[in-house]
Design a protein around this ligand. Structure first.
Ligand SMILES: C[S@@+](CC[C@H](N)C(=O)[O-])C[C@H]1O[C@@H](n2cnc3c(N)ncnc32)[C@H](O)[C@@H]1O
Length: 202
């Protein structure tokens, strides 16, 4: 197989076998679990008075979040992207490397989960900048950290072959453009969300 690098990511890695292993019979998260999370995030933005009109799912894989929006909120403009040729062909995403691409217009809500641990430090730093540019109101973000790999995840179900950085590494870079609201949510600085002192981290 031809080996193809995209900013440090061997994207041949995210092939049929990868998705069978991590999203087949024993997925890390079920579609139902993601539906609960998507509902909570959507309603949190409604509580903040920031209705979601556009959504970008980055490194979407099976695209559980974008599918949830397309099914339950058809009026929302939804874009899903992934670097993997297989994921794009199978799940219908635009092929984009988040280390190299940011949209021309920002989206109200951007979702990026379990992607950046696959990028080296330079590419991940660029990707975080692009995620900031991509977000008008709120980012939902998660990435496997060194702490998670040791303490929080089910190791047998998790792909631990990744660049494990500290949570602080991500927090420092995200804090340049966002205020951390907690539970994975980051409100864009200068955006419409105003958080009370005790609703936010630091
Ligand atoms: C562990 S899966 C996560 C999929 C989905 N976000 C989720 O949480 O279930 C990692 C995904 O990130 C994608 N990916 C890896 N590097 C990427 C990059 N530089 N740009 C965009 N997508 C990337 C992979 O192709 C794969 O679909």
């Amino acid at each position: 197989m031809r080996c193809c690098y995209t900013q440090g990511v061997r994207n041949e890695r995210f092939d049929h076998a990868y998705f069978e292993r991590y999203y087949g019979a024993r997925p890390v998260h079920s579609v139902d679990e993601i539906a609960h999370l998507a509902t909570a995030v959507h309603e949190m933005l409604a509580w903040w008075g920031a209705p979601v009109r556009s959504v970008l799912e980055v490194g979407a894989g099976p695209g559980d979040w974008s599918n949830w929006y397309r099914t339950l909120h058809p009026a929302v403009r939804v874009t899903s992207t992934d670097v993997s040729e297989h994921a794009c062909a199978t799940f219908g995403h635009e092929r984009r490397d988040i280390a190299q691409w940011a949209p021309k217009r920002p989206f109200d809500l951007v979702i990026c989960t379990d992607v950046l641990q696959y990028l080296d430090d330079r590419a991940a730093t660029r990707a975080l900048r692009n995620l900031t540019t991509a977000t008008r109101t709120c980012l939902y973000f998660d990435a496997l950290t060194s702490f998670d790999a040791k303490h929080t995840v089910e190791r047998s179900k998790t792909d631990l072959n990744a660049t494990l950085r500290t949570g602080e590494w991500y927090r420092q870079r995200l804090s340049r453009g966002f205020t951390q609201a907690g539970a994975g949510l980051w409100a864009r600085k200068g955006g419409t969300v105003v958080l009370h002192e005790l609703e936010r981290h630091r």
